[in-house]
Design a protein around this ligand. Structure first.
Ligand SMILES: Nc1ncnc2c1ncn2[C@@H]1O[C@H](COP(=O)(O)OP(=O)(O)OP(=O)(O)O)[C@@H](O)[C@H]1O
Ligand SMILES: [Mg+2]
Length: 150
């Protein structure tokens, strides 16, 4: 199997203000656009980024402001790798946290569907976390082949 090569990458760090959820969406979307994704592929990616950044904002940095780092890598096989990282409170049990409907939201405003949505929007989702240290979410999606134009 041919090894895939990274053809472009970016990294940005934003404070966990809730206004930066839409900023993060827009930044990632603008960067991924160079691969000419379909409208649906791009909206899936934007939603996945929103869910991950919102999690860092509301859970990772609950009641505090911290930095959220977003890294994007584009590969020559048209796959996209997106990493969202925080140095917040972390997750006790990642396997449990990823179950549909599981939430630690004390006010009942959240539905516990963020990770499940990301799994549906993207091809793969990996979550690594240490309580008290932070959380890293890595998600990948392979874009469809470009239509042949003549
Ligand atoms: N970055 C993070 N830092 C700390 N805990 C997290 C983080 N991301 C997720 N979690 C934990 O995992 C749980 C599940 O996350 P998920 O996104 O699936 O649901 P939710 O955020 O509770 O609700 P929803 O996303 O539907 O609004 C959260 O309730 C929280 O306990
Ligand atoms: Mg969530």
């Amino acid at each position: 199997m041919k090894k895939k090569n990274c053809i472009n990458s970016m990294r940005v760090s934003l404070p966990s203000f809730s206004v930066n959820e839409s900023a993060a969406r827009a930044i990632v979307s603008a960067f991924v656009a160079q691969l000419n994704p379909t409208f649906d592929e791009l909206s899936d990616i934007k939603c996945a980024v929103s869910e991950a950044v919102t999690n860092s904002t509301v859970h990772g940095y609950r009641n505090v402001i911290g930095q959220i780092t977003i890294g994007v890598r584009l590969f020559d096989d048209r796959s996209v790798r997106i990493e969202v990282k925080d140095k917040g409170r972390g997750i006790e049990d990642v396997e449990v946290a990823m179950q549909p409907l599981f939430t630690t939201d004390p006010d009942g405003e959240r539905s516990g569907m963020g990770f499940t949505l990301i799994e549906n929007f993207m091809d793969t989702l990996a979550v690594k976390s240490k309580p008290g240290r932070g959380t890293r979410v890595v998600m990948k999606k392979k874009l469809s082949a470009l239509p042949v134009t003549r």
